[in-house]
Design a protein around this ligand. Structure first.
Ligand code: PLP
Length: 378
């Protein structure tokens, strides 16, 4: 029996934690940059699971990789070797220039891994993050996440974490001490409303950390795999961090993340997890990454992103961003998003910034479609 949206809302309200502030839409299927709700209404998906579904929904290469692996081997644990895991590790190291990978289930776990490894590798405890940063919600990652509303109810958090002003090199220089293990930085602050630092800032962070012998962790959970118009934002900046955190687009919706690093490693048994780097996740991620690379989707993100921002500005609206990571300024974020939902468009909230994070393989016609809808509600 197929449920109506109202039946889904009712079941959820009765049995699921009410922790999520959901929009009143119950989705049932997706294809490319579109999703459909339980009443049959079609939406243009500029939400893409928060910058996750970069190849669009149910991409044939990803579906086929999942089906093939599902009929072969699902799960064995990290007590055994599997080819999908070893192959994905090689692919990610070659693509990023890093030496080793530790697989995780999502972005917050990639941060957790980076925290542990930074402390272990440096023998120091302090980690510096930036005001307005978002690195996840488990206790370690949350300790590096800025927003009070996420942190306050769960204190005390992990000690040794410090926040400094983003996009301000002298503030960082003053904050670095002989006890600093690492600096963790997002190349664009997505959750805070797509805040793009000045040109040269990230290079400055790299130079400062290198000079002081401090590890630089680049959180590319959201920006990685072409989103900003470069395959990875750090590549576009011409720098090499010591660690990078990945997640989101890596599995095109199948849960998987990764922390990559160079120059050090864990010792046997120091970190782990039952599901990490399982065959299903790794097979899907390999197909996803290979497709993003083969189709040069970072270049399409650059092209369509520039067109999107030009057209948004043409409507007299302000926006900022890089590639297909775009923040649209409004005076009433949530209301704008609700109006867009009525129009049949999904976008991501962030205060009064409406974030536009579509699949990276959209064409000009999808941007035009979005702009037509936007023009109707402003
Ligand atoms: C930059 C960044 N780091 C970490 C995370 C946490 O990732 P996840 O929600 O997969 O745990 C996010 C999620 O939005 C993110 O944007």
């Amino acid at each position: 029996m197929k449920f109506t949206p109202e039946q889904v809302f009712k079941l959820e309200a009765k049995y699921h934690s009410q922790v999520f502030g959901r929009f009143p839409v119950a989705l049932v299927k997706g294809k490319g940059p579109y999703v459909w709700d339980a009443s049959g209404k079609k939406y243009l998906d500029f939400f893409a699971g928060i910058a996750v579904v970069s190849l669009g929904h149910c991409h044939p290469k990803v579906v086929s990789a999942l089906k093939k692996q599902a009929e072969t081997l699902w799960h064995v644990s990290n007590w055994y070797y599997t080819q999908p895991q070893a192959e994905l590790a090689e692919l990610l190291c070659k693509l990023t220039g890093m030496e080793k990978v530790f697989f995780t289930n999502d972005g917050t776990e990639s941060t957790e891994c980076a925290i542990k490894l930074a402390r272990k590798a440096s023998g120091k405890k302090e980690i510096i993050a930036f005001k307005n940063s978002f690195h996840g919600r488990t206790m370690g990652a949350l300790s590096l996440t800025w927003a009070e509303k996420y942190r306050k109810p769960f204190e005390p958090l992990v000690p040794g974490m410090k926040f400094v002003d983003y996009n301000n090199l002298s503030a960082l220089e003053q904050a670095l001490t002989s006890e600093t293990a690492a600096v963790i930085v997002g190349p664009i602050q997505g959750e805070a409303g797509v805040l793009v630092p000045d040109p040269g800032y990230l290079k400055g962070v790299r130079e400062l950390t290198e000079k002081k012998g401090v590890l630089m962790i680049m959180d590319e959970c959201q920006t990685g795999f072409g989103r900003t118009g470069d395959m990875f934002a750090f590549k576009g900046e011409g720098i090499m961090p010591d660690m990078i955190c990945l997640a989101k687009a890596l599995g095109n919706g199948f849960p998987i993340g990764a922390t990559l690093f160079r120059g050090f490693d864990f010792e046997r048994g120091q970190h782990g997890g039952t599901f990490l780097g399982g065959p299903l996740a790794c097979a899907v991620a390999k197909a996803t990454v290979e497709t993003i690379v083969k189709e040069k989707l970072h270049l399409n993100a650059r092209k369509q992103g520039a067109y999107l921002m030009k057209e948004v500005s043409g409507l007299g609206l302000k926006c900022r961003g890089k590639g297909l990571m775009v923040g649209l300024e409004t005076t009433d974020g949530r209301k704008t998003i609700e109006k867009l939902i009525k129009e049949g468009v999904l976008t991501v909230p962030s205060g009064n910034t409406v974030r536009l994070l579509p699949p990276l393989n959209i064409g000009r016609k999808h941007v035009d479609e979005f702009i037509n809808h936007l023009a109707k509600i402003i």
